[in-house]
Design a protein around this ligand. Structure first.
Ligand code: AMP
Ligand code: MG
Length: 338
């Protein structure tokens, strides 16, 4: 899959919005297949230790959930090696299963066989055949995973997990937890497309336009919350000169082509924001609006499409356009005009 690292770095900008800049300590590293930045707002030197522990939480988690590291739990699960799974892996799988059910499979962490198929087809410079797609689809589907107590099983040996759509948000949650345990009261964790902030401070996050211009569409103010972006412009499969989004529809195995180019979700946890930004991208605005009204889990979202931007009212309350007057359409207005 092609990646444009430079653009990724600019996907979100995190800026403290205090009138007076506050002192902070930070750490930068590469994890979860992207750049990570952690800031803690304190001048206390003991925070350096907290940052190092936080970094090790991300690295440790990556070693457990990576699809490619042979020592990971995900690798063992995918390749049928019988083993005891770590608590982190089981907890992430349980959460992923809940979010798959909540989104009626628009987010589906069992899409691994489909992802492998598209990745190998890209390397061969061709599209998957219908037969290949139906085999991969038969090896996918969250209902094929069972968790009871601490035992995790799959119905179909060909089922492959991939936590690419939730791992960064989940890692940010775990790091925030670790930083708090180390005594840090305010901070920010950014995996570029997934940002979690905690503590008594507003953060202003820049939202890029879903193109290669690098221009900002606007800003979101974030406090004690998480934000995640899913876009079709920075990661994609390129086959025969055509770019296909890296987000797949688990129902038919095809890359999503519904006119949406970017989705931003605000939620109370990083894992939820991450999984839901992927899910809303798959669902499209109407289905996402139905999910939004279902009060079971609360979230806010913005969709940037070919025809303009649409945002839930709770998103608009925290949004400021970069060009005055260029406000996204509210979801209620969008629905009533259709
Ligand atoms: P994100 O950038 O968070 O939207 O996640 C996209 C990544 O998640 C892709 O690169 C795939 O690894 C994986 N993925 C693609 N489509 C789906 C889907 N519908 N549900 C879950 N994971 C997906
Ligand atoms: Mg995601």
């Amino acid at each position: 899959m092609k990646k444009m690292a430079l653009l990724l770095i600019l996907l979100t900008l995190s800026l403290g919005s205090c009138a007076k800049p506050s002192p902070y300590r930070d750490i930068h590293f590469f994890a979860m297949d992207t750049f990570a930045e952690v800031r803690v707002y304190t001048s206390d030197t003991s925070a350096n230790e907290a940052l190092i522990v936080g970094k090790s939480v991300a690295e440790d988690l990556e070693n457990k959930i990576s699809t490619t590291k042979e020592e990971s739990d995900t690798y063992a699960f995918n390749h049928g090696a019988a083993q005891e799974y770590s608590e982190d892996f089981t907890e992430l799988l349980r959460l992923s299963l809940e979010l798959s059910k909540f989104t009626d499979g628009a987010f589906d962490m069992t899409s691994g066989a489909l992802i492998e198929l598209w990745t190998s087809c890209e390397a061969e410079g061709r599209l998957p055949t219908d037969d290949e797609l139906s085999v991969a689809l038969s090896n996918a589907g969250y209902t094929g995973v069972q968790i009871s107590d601490d035992t995790v099983t799959k119905q179909n040996p060909g089922l492959l997990l991939d936590f690419g759509a939730i791992g960064k948000g989940y890692a940010a949650d775990r790091m925030a937890e670790s930083l708090r345990e180390s005594g840090v009261s305010c901070g920010m964790i950014s995996f570029v497309s997934s940002v979690t902030v905690f503590g008594d401070k507003d953060f202003k996050i820049g939202i890029r336009k879903p193109d290669t211009s690098g221009e900002l569409f606007g800003y979101v103010s974030l406090r004690d919350r998480s934000l995640s972006v899913s876009g079709d412009y920075e990661r994609f499969y390129e086959i025969g000169g055509v770019r296909y989004p890296h987000i797949l529809d688990p129902k038919n195995g095809m890359p999503i082509a519904n006119g949406i180019h970017s989705v931003v979700v605000l939620a109370d946890s990083g894992a939820m924001a991450d999984a839901l930004s992927t899910a809303v991208f798959v669902m499209g605005i109407e289905k996402a609006a139905t999910l939004y009204r279902n009060a079971e889990l609360s979230f806010e979202f913005l969709c940037m499409t070919d025809d303009g931007a649409v945002a839930s009212d709770g998103f608009l309350a925290y949004f400021e356009p970069s060009v005055k007057g260029e406000q996204p359409l509210s979801l209620s207005q969008y629905i009533s005009e259709r």
